[in-house]
Design a binder for this molecule. Structure first.
Ligand code: ATP
Ligand code: MG
Length: 435
């Protein structure tokens, strides 16, 4: 059978899988109410029009684990133009992958036509000198589509209408046994798209999966390929790493697999020097995970401002030693650290501005001048800057007294606030001059 030979070839020593396993509702236990109405509408519209259509990838994986997926991707044999004709609000996007986005207000369901894996038809794919895919828009059948997926647990298809999971790669078994395997030859697949190494980390920590040895061994060896990836794509991955509720685990894993230096070079350098995260970084990561896991909102600049802070302080010392004025030394340090980070991962201007504001507010918050307290507390970045000050105090900096002062200041009325500032500056003038 052609498919089984292909699979054998792609997977090296691995046993060929001839036919897909089919799991029915009683076996897979997927709760249909976890599937978005919009995804179900797209699936049934496609099927009613004679096409095959399945939920695929992360959504099936998450449904099997009892997690409500955050997005629903659909794979179909309909071509993008055919999909577009079926839906009033549908746009076609992407050059490398031509995809259909079916739009339901703010919800978007992504519909991809089955495609062939790179190794199946080499002449249809363009790779650069490192083996990275730069174009792979060649349509195929579901048996082809399955082979271009990144990991076995992401290569599952679910026909939500008859409630059958289709598994060509033993992915359900892997998921149930906590195993994590890349599809095919790890080196080839990571070379084709080095971002798969980051996706591997994220999935292992999210689902607590144990990588098989070939899947994990290739990562540190090929980590430097990440430097070929655009800074924009790396920033998107960084956001997923930091704001998925597993930031601490992800940062540690990225470090362990040599990937962190291509995402957060400053944090990586500090970890190399001390063999662990700084206390502040550890607290910042835990704090973000806690907020996300409790469903609280987060400021996207906060964690980045934490992770880059100690490098800013180090450089500030350097510039001060060169006799720059403190405010100039601080500005130069902050600019240098941010622009270095921006070379690795782009960061939208709106976020770099927030990071700068959080940093810039630290000095006035620490030193607390009478006339500034009211202005500071009304600043749009006060909350993040205050949270940052608290974290610095918790991490061991000598800021507990002033951090407590700000906590109390926010909880009293205007009259008491005025009194607090007067009492503090009269009784402890050194606070005004602590730098
Ligand atoms: P998440 O929970 O972050 O959404 P996901 O696996 O669903 O995880 P998506 O980016 O939504 O990630 O991708 C959907 C599916 O597309 C994946 O499950 C996988 O099958 C496939 N896929 C995504 N990125 C790649 C890649 N770089 N290489 C191969 N397949 C990929
Ligand atoms: Mg997804």
């Amino acid at each position: 059978m052609r498919l089984s030979r292909l699979w054998q070839w792609l997977s090296g020593e691995r046993t060929a899988i001839k036919e897909p396993s089919r799991l029915y509702a009683a076996e897979h236990g997927i709760v249909k109410s976890h599937i978005s109405e919009n995804a179900l509408t797209v699936l049934s519209t496609l099927q009613q029009n004679g096409f095959h259509a399945y939920l695929v990838g992360g959504s099936v994986r998450d449904l099997l684990m009892g997690i409500t997926p955050k997005d629903f991707d659909i794979a179909t044999n309909a071509r993008p133009e055919q999909v577009k004709k079926l839906f009033r609000h549908c746009r076609l996007i992407g050059k490398r992958f031509r995809l259909a986005h079916v739009v339901f207000g703010r919800d978007i369901i992504e519909v991809a036509t089955f495609r062939k894996a790179a190794s199946k038809a080499k002449h249809h794919f363009r790779k650069n000198g490192h083996g990275m895919l730069v174009s792979d828009n060649h349509y195929g059948r579901i048996q082809h589509d399955v082979l271009r997926r990144d990991f076995t647990v992401n290569a599952l298809y679910y026909n939500a209408l008859d409630e059958v999971v289709i598994d060509y790669v033993d992915g359900v078994n892997d998921l149930m046994h906590g195993r994590f395997r890349i599809m095919g030859n790890p080196e080839v697949r990571y070379r084709e798209d080095p971002v798969r190494m980051l996706r591997a980390i994220r999935l292992m920590s999210k689902l607590n999966l144990q990588p098989e040895s070939a899947t994990e061994k290739a990562i540190p060896e090929l980590a430097s390929l990440l430097s070929e990836i655009s800074s924009t794509r790396l920033f998107e991955e960084l956001l997923k790493m930091l704001y998925g509720g597993q930031a601490l685990a992800n940062v540690k894993l990225m470090y362990r697999y040599n990937l962190l230096q291509y995402m957060l070079p400053f944090t990586s350098a500090i970890m190399s020097k001390h063999g662990k995260l700084s206390h502040l970084d550890q607290l910042g990561l835990e704090n973000t995970d806690n907020r996300i896991n409790r469903g609280m909102s987060i400021n996207p600049a906060f964690l980045l401002s934490v992770l880059l802070w100690s490098s800013v302080k180090d450089r500030e010392q350097g510039f001060r030693a060169q006799k720059h004025r403190p405010s100039t030394a601080f500005r130069m340090a902050a600019d240098a650290v941010l622009s270095n980070q921006l070379r690795v991962t782009s960061i939208p201007k709106r976020i770099t501005l927030m990071i700068m504001e959080i940093w810039r507010m630290q000095y006035p918050l620490e030193t607390l001048r009478h006339q500034q307290a009211m202005t500071l507390v009304q600043h749009k970045r006060f909350r993040a800057a205050y949270d940052f000050l608290i974290l610095r105090a918790e991490s061991g900096e000598n800021l507990k007294e002033i951090a407590d002062w700000w906590t109390q200041y926010q909880n009293v009325d205007a009259f008491e606030r005025e009194a607090m500032v007067l009492v503090l500056s009269n009784s402890n003038p050194s606070i005004e001059n602590c730098r």
